[in-house]
Ligand binder design. Structure first.
Ligand SMILES: [Zn+2]
Ligand SMILES: [Zn+2]
Length: 169
């Protein structure tokens, strides 16, 4: 049984977590998925193989997306931690260790930094940033097709909403 006080504490902890990482949990499900990705990335980093099939419920909407395109991964900028960056005590979201001066990181297009050794195994499994789920392109034509489709549907829904808005406001 969790007391109100503890719930309060937990809420504060969560709030500071998201402040720190500069992102907002949009809803509980989203938050759950985000944590799930980080958990998976951690298990992978610890040498456990992850079962991407556990997400496999028959369509790409439920499945862990395929690995990031090799060329894209290779072109991710390499960042060497400067003394200033080391002073900020930033942590790698996967292993939770602070970045040390001179360590080699990879920078995702979303600007999130990870140890090379933490992010590369992950990107060889799936294509998104474990922190914010920004997706990198993949080498999988089926998945790319699915993504385009999803985008088209999203735009169509958007247009319908606009139309609805125009008619009823
Ligand atoms: Zn790390
Ligand atoms: Zn990110």
């Amino acid at each position: 049984m969790i007391s109100n006080f503890e719930t309060e504490l937990l809420a504060q902890k969560m709030a500071s977590y998201f402040d720190e990482h500069d992102c907002e949990p949009t809803n509980p499900e989203e938050q759950y998925r985000q944590n799930a990705l980080l958990e998976l990335a951690r298990s992978l980093m610890q040498g456990l193989d992850i079962d991407s099939g556990s997400f496999d419920l028959s369509d790409w909407g439920q499945r862990l997306p395929p690995s990031a395109a090799k060329a894209v991964v290779q072109s991710l900028p390499v960042v060497i931690i400067s003394p200033e960056q080391a002073d900020k005590a930033l942590k790698c979201p996967v292993c939770l260790l602070e970045f040390e001066e001179q360590e080699t990181m990879r920078e995702m297009p979303c600007k999130h930094l990870f140890h090379t050794g933490c992010i590369l195994p992950w990107l060889s499994k799936t294509n998104s940033c474990p922190l914010c789920r920004l997706e990198l392109p993949t080498d999988n034509p089926d998945y790319e097709e699915f993504k385009k489709d999803k985008e088209r549907r999203r735009q169509r829904d958007h247009r319908l909403e606009d139309l609805h808005g125009a008619m009823y406001t």
